[in-house]
Ligand binder design. Structure first.
Ligand SMILES: Nc1ncnc2c1ncn2[C@@H]1O[C@H](COP(=O)(O)OP(=O)(O)OP(=O)(O)O)[C@@H](O)[C@H]1O
Ligand SMILES: [Mg+2]
Length: 502
């Protein structure tokens, strides 16, 4: 009898437990219970709060904020947050979760529970932050390894996903009247944020640019070796930056090359419009607000300097190029300056260290024409090619942009496209090749001469315009072309070894 009662009691208890479990989980009451439990637990613990703001005091982006954001949005517990944003991901049909402002997500690390709140206090000061709540009893044990863990996971995520690149454009600093107007402040992001970003979707890659393969490969390996050289730069006490000068006539692919570099490195682009920079300190402020892993571009620098149409002084520009301000964040940056010609530029601007790599963008030659014909018209060969080659050899040339346009217009008929290029070369392109190529070497004749081969090679350093120097450099370049080993060495340490060659 007692045994039967015990069995019955056991059965009732099991049934009750099953019903409670079903009730808790089916209705979601379990979350309320968990919340209460956490609240009760919190009453017996002292917590510490740690804030990770989006910007530091000098208005530089706080890298930790970015990492925490990546990390939190990857947490599986995000699904249990009370309020989560659903946004489309990069891949088609992909939906990703993002923590909503003022919402909390829980995380477990080494047996300790921590919570993160997305403290979006945009109404107060315009900047966002994350707040970490950790028990004081756990803090000593877990805080350091936990932050390390966040770094590692965020870096992995960053590497895994193809970054959504951004193009940043500088906006004018609000003048003093506007500074006092709170509406303007709000519209301009508290008056301090000077960059506005749009998605960077330029399709240019190194493959789509008509340029000597050898030169492309040199640029690629230069960029790659630069990225790996953090310790090296630090040991030398140098800012970890690399500066490129792209110079050549209009429509020869300088801007497209910058886009190709950004796509190759997966870097954001900060495009500085010098006409919107108020003075030297304004330029420095803009530089401070750039982020690492970015390309900082200044287009048409020669025009701004010669027309004096910028409020930035020469010394302001030199300081900017030296990037001293950037040294405080010690992260990699690439600077690119474009010019149509560097003939009238103060040599101080072009000295090694300020400009590490010079790349010349010449007008089209026959090789570049063939590359364009291949990519624009799908033509590897054509019976009219020999005629085109002859015209190029006679010294006529057009920019790749001009030839590209003719090809696009006549893309349905390759023969017509080539004929139109021939006509344009005979009429508009007469002598352009001769006039534009190698002006510092004097009237160096047709494009395919030895001198031009040097020029189209294009990556030189410390070119200051002395004719004798140019010839020696040219000699150095030719020597490099015949000697593969020394050639790559020379490019790797372009600024120093090229000087030796000169
Ligand atoms: N070397 C090239 N290879 C492939 N396409 C090119 C090349 N040069 C120019 N183009 C094409 O011509 C157009 C203009 O090129 P881009 O704007 O890069 O020239 P740019 O040198 O920056 O000219 P500008 O000095 O006027 O700014 C682009 O659409 C680009 O695709
Ligand atoms: Mg351009």
């Amino acid at each position: 009898m007692v045994l039967r009662n015990l069995i019955f009691l056991g059965f009732v208890i099991v049934c009750l437990l099953v019903i409670i479990r079903v009730l808790l989980f089916k209705t979601g009451l379990i979350y309320i219970v968990k919340k209460w439990w956490r609240w009760i637990e919190d009453c017996f613990h002292v917590n510490q709060f740690l804030k990770v703001p989006e910007y530091n005091e000098s208005m530089q982006e706080n890298q930790l904020y970015k990492k925490v954001s990546l990390y939190l949005n990857s947490l599986s517990t995000l699904e249990d947050s009370d309020f989560t944003n659903l946004v489309t991901g990069k891949k088609p049909h992909e939906i990703v979760l993002c923590l909503d402002p003022n919402q909390t997500v829980e995380d477990n690390f080494l047996g300790a529970v921590v919570t993160w709140t997305n403290g979006d206090n945009i109404e107060q000061n315009g900047f966002r932050s994350f707040v970490l709540k950790v028990r004081k009893a756990d803090k000593r044990r877990i805080l350091k390894p936990y932050l390390q863990h966040i770094h590692t996971v965020a870096d992995e995520i960053e590497q895994r996903k193809q970054r959504d690149l951004k193009l940043y454009l500088n906006i004018k600093r609000p003048d003093e009247d506007e500074d006092r107007n709170p509406h303007v402040l709000h519209r301009r992001g508290a008056g301090n944020v000077r960059w506005r970003s749009v998605p960077f979707t330029h399709p240019s890659t190194f493959d789509t640019i008509a340029m000597e393969d050898d030169l492309k490969n040199k640029v690629k390996s230069d960029l790659e070796s630069f990225l790996k050289a953090k310790q090296y730069y630090h040991r030398l006490g140098r800012v970890w930056k690399r500066s490129f000068l792209l110079y050549g006539p209009s429509g020869t692919g300088k801007s497209s090359f910058v886009a190709a570099m950004a796509n190759f490195l997966s870097y954001d682009v900060f495009d500085i419009d010098l006409s919107k920079v108020m003075n030297d300190s304004d330029l420095n402020f803009l530089l401070l607000q750039t982020t690492c892993k970015s390309i900082i571009v200044m287009e048409d620098l020669d025009r701004f300097l010669m027309e004096k149409s910028t409020a930035v002084s020469l010394s302001g520009m030199l300081n900017f190029m030296d990037g001293i301000l950037n040294s405080c964040c010690a992260e990699e940056r690439i600077m690119v300056f474009t010019m149509n010609s560097k003939d009238h530029i103060d040599p101080a601007l072009l000295r090694p260290g300020r400009i590490d790599v010079h790349i010349h963008f010449p007008l089209c030659d026959f090789l570049a024409f063939k590359t364009l014909a291949n990519s624009y018209l799908g033509l590897k060969d054509h019976k009219l090619f020999s005629q085109v080659e002859e015209i190029f050899q006679s010294g006529s040339s057009l920019s790749p942009a001009e030839i590209g346009e003719l090809m696009i217009t006549n893309r349905n008929s390759p023969s017509r496209a080539i004929k139109s290029v021939i006509t344009a070369l005979q009429t508009d392109g007469d002598g352009r090749g001769v006039g534009k190529i190698g002006p510092r070497l004097g009237n160096s004749g047709p494009r395919k001469s030895v001198e031009e081969a040097g020029e189209t090679g294009g990556v030189f350093c410390n070119e200051t315009g002395h004719t004798v120097k140019e010839f020696r450099k040219l000699y150095g370049f030719l020597r490099l072309k015949t000697n593969k080993v020394s050639h790559s060495h020379s490019f790797d340490s372009a600024s120093s070894t090229t000087q030796k060659d000169v």
